[in-house]
Design a protein around this ligand. Structure first.
Ligand SMILES: Cc1cc2nc3c(=O)[nH]c(=O)nc-3n(C[C@H](O)[C@H](O)[C@H](O)COP(=O)(O)OP(=O)(O)OC[C@H]3O[C@@H](n4cnc5c(N)ncnc54)[C@H](O)[C@@H]3O)c2cc1C
Length: 471
């Protein structure tokens, strides 16, 4: 007799390369379930409601009804199992400590089996180990090890599914948001965006990916973090594209290098899941324990607020923070610069930055965001050392050499000649007047002086080292 299987969709709103759905379709009738349990109004939550709307429609087009429930999964799952007299629940693993605990609780309380699959990663987190059977702490070694493994092929869309088709559920109300201008959710959007990037842009990724003024990265992070596309699909399609073009292409070498650089970035995501699995304390404790004793400044609400609003007086930092405010996204290079500014120039705890990013990013991903902040703060395993302090002016000169990015996000500085755009406080009065800027009124003076901030940060680090040596 055919079974009834509940497929619990969460951060995997797609049907292509969805192992849980694929297996459920083989095993019986499929009840697609989504549980809405968000109470915080973050930009990522806004995105997930858009993704849910798109997914509901996608299933409707297939004659399926997505069952949508609200509340604690621990309570909802048994109720749904009972209502549909289901024989099993299939879903993908999640790797955050809270989700893992919740899933264990569900399994303990349920009278039917729960089958879990590693659906949103290239390899099973926790399985890539060094020769001593220990987790890798250095990215390059992790990358080399992963690259030598056979990555499983993506599962196709199941050929035939016996879907549940019943009364449609209402989707939680998503407030109107200007983010609509920037992001369109959905599996079809994700696939189109990826394939267009693969076709038109991946060759230039290596050369331009660090320049925020150039449209050179994939912008797939929102789709990946909400599971509208799978990393395995990306991996294999990128490799296949290389094979197809290798026949007669004289740019083959550049293509290989650029594709490899792109896949390497994708593997940073994998490295983040690997770390979250082995070191769950990463979400709020420094991975290098010595940093527990670091003397962060008492957070000054005015300074923190200036950073959040993009009013620090350093144009690259401000452009990044305004991009985040406006779009819920920030270019990777600028995430590093703004993050470094918060923790090193202002000596504000990285957890404050992590919290702001998790509220603002449409692509918020617990593993990536946490690893990103530990990298920036120098507290992680393979992170930027604390004593390497980004100079926000030099970073701007190097990575926004014609000022496109800063001018785009800081309209008040648009008329400032390039040579002063990096440090408006050095512009002569006449130049400022001509550009229509009064510093301190139209655009702030720096909230902290770079050299002073640098020395203060290095001093705090020296104290930390002293303390570590005394213990
Ligand atoms: C402080 C800080 C916080 C971050 N927070 C997040 C977050 O919450 N969610 C998130 O997805 N990424 C985060 N990142 C990583 C990175 O900035 C974004 O993944 C990237 O900017 C997304 O743009 P893209 O899709 O165009 O990337 P591409 O350059 O096109 O890369 C393709 C994909 O690879 C992955 N990737 C790329 N770079 C990284 C990286 N450094 N670490 C981990 N994965 C990477 C992403 O899934 C990305 O979509 C953070 C980085 C820093 C420094």
């Amino acid at each position: 007799m055919s079974k009834t299987i509940i497929v619990w969709f969460r951060d995997d709103l797609r049907i292509l390369d969805h192992p849980a759905l694929y297996h459920a379709a083989l095993d019986g009738k499929v009840i697609p379930l989504y549980i809405h349990n968000e109470t915080e109004h973050t930009n990522s939550e806004w995105y997930s409601l858009q993704a849910l709307t798109a997914f509901q429609q996608q299933l409707r087009d297939k004659g399926a009804t997505l069952v949508i429930k609200h509340g604690e999964p621990v309570r909802i799952i048994p109720e749904v199992v009972q209502t549909f007299e289901a024989d099993a629940v299939y879903c993908h693993y999640q790797y955050g400590p809270g989700s893992r605990e919740q899933d264990e609780q569900i399994k303990e309380n349920l009278f039917v089996p729960v089958r879990q699959f590693h659906g949103n990663v290239l390899t099973e987190p926790g399985t890539i180990l060094n020769k001593q059977k220990q987790p890798y702490k250095v990215f390059t070694s992790f990358w080399k090890s992963l690259r030598s493994l056979p990555i499983a092929k993506p599962f196709p869309v199941p050929h035939k599914v016996d879907w549940y088709n019943g009364k449609a559920s209402a989707i939680p109300h998503a407030p109107k948001s200007p983010l609509n201008t920037y992001w369109q959710a959905g599996e079809r959007q994700a696939l189109n965006k990826w394939r267009q990037f693969l076709h038109d842009q991946i060759n230039h990724y290596q050369e331009y990916r660090d320049f925020p003024g150039i449209d050179a990265t994939s912008l797939l992070s929102g789709h990946l973090s909400h599971g509208e596309i799978s990393p395995k699909l990306i991996w294999h399609e990128a490799k296949e594209a290389l094979e197809i073009t290798s026949m007669e292409n004289r740019f083959q070498h550049t293509m290989e290098e650029s594709t490899e650089t792109f896949l390497k970035q994708l593997v940073w995501r994998e490295f983040a899941y690997h770390q979250l699995t082995f070191f769950p304390q990463i979400i709020d404790k420094p991975l290098q324990p010595k940093f527990q004793a670091f003397q962060w400044q008492e957070p000054d609400p005015l300074l923190l607020d200036s950073w959040k609003k993009g009013l620090t007086g350093y144009p690259l930092v401000d452009a990044g923070m305004r991009e985040l405010l406006e779009t819920g996204y920030m270019h990777n290079r600028v995430r590093m610069v703004t993050g470094s500014f918060l923790v090193k120039h202002l000596l504000i705890h990285w957890l404050d930055g992590q919290a702001w990013f998790s509220r603002m990013l449409v692509d918020h991903d617990l593993a990536n965001n946490t690893m990103g902040w530990q990298w920036v703060a120098g507290t992680g395993f393979d992170s930027s050392p604390f004593f390497r302090i980004f100079n926000p002016v030099k970073q701007a000169e190097k990575f926004d050499p014609d000022g496109t990015y800063m001018r785009n996000w800081l309209p008040e500085l648009r008329n400032l000649p390039l040579e002063y755009l990096y440090h408006p406080w050095e512009a002569p009065e006449g130049v400022l007047q001509e550009a229509g800027i009064t510093l301190g009124k139209d655009y702030p003076l720096p909230i902290v002086e770079h050299q002073y901030a640098r020395e203060r940060a290095l001093e705090a680090f020296k104290q930390l080292k002293k303390e570590a040596n005394n213990h």
